[in-house]
Design a protein around this ligand. Structure first.
Ligand code: 4NP
Length: 159
């Protein structure tokens, strides 16, 4: 991939209030640390419409703040045009990937990827922590997103 070109990444989960807002914020943070933030347009979206317009779950906000990452977010639902707007669309689990494949138009430009496939530790599935009674799963989600986003960006740009 040519350095300096504008690339784009969209992070998807079921509700766009837990995993994908964390993933998008972490991706931006890692890209900034690597000095490539200007090369990337980044957003996140939901498969479903339940939380459109809502901020991230308070536990996701707290997790990001604990790592000095801005948690500002407004949930939106994925739309057909996203498949031609974005270079990469990342899902968090196999259900997300199935839904994305079902929704993708035949001329889709976006590469559909499981975010965890870039985790050097091999943890492929980023489990949904929404129904948990605590915030431990959110920290785990953060750590998985951090490793996976680093893994992806290092693969793209060389480390
Ligand atoms: P997320 O978690 O997909 O990581 O944002 C969820 C948030 C809300 C719901 C499901 C998953 N929900 O059913 O409302």
């Amino acid at each position: 991939m040519t350095s300096g070109a504008k690339n784009s990444a969209l992070f998807i989960c079921l509700g766009n209030i837990c995993r994908s807002p964390i993933a998008a914020a972490v991706f931006k943070h890692v890209a900034k640390e690597m000095g490539v933030a200007d090369n990337w347009n980044v957003d996140s979206a939901a498969i479903g419409s339940w939380h459109v317009g809502n901020p991230a779950d308070p536990r996701a906000q707290k997790t990001l703040k604990n790592h000095d990452i801005d948690p500002k977010h407004s949930a939106r639902q994925i739309k057909t045009s996203d498949f031609n707007q974005y270079d990469y669309i990342f899902g968090m689990d196999e259900e997300n990937m199935k839904a994305l494949k079902r929704m993708a138009p035949s001329n889709s430009k976006a590469k559909l990827c499981l975010l965890g496939s870039f985790d050097p530790n091999g943890e492929k599935i980023i489990r949904d922590p929404y129904y948990d009674n605590d915030d431990i799963g959110f920290e785990k989600c953060y750590e998985q997103c951090l490793r996976s986003c680093k893994g992806f960006l290092e693969q793209d740009y060389g480390s």
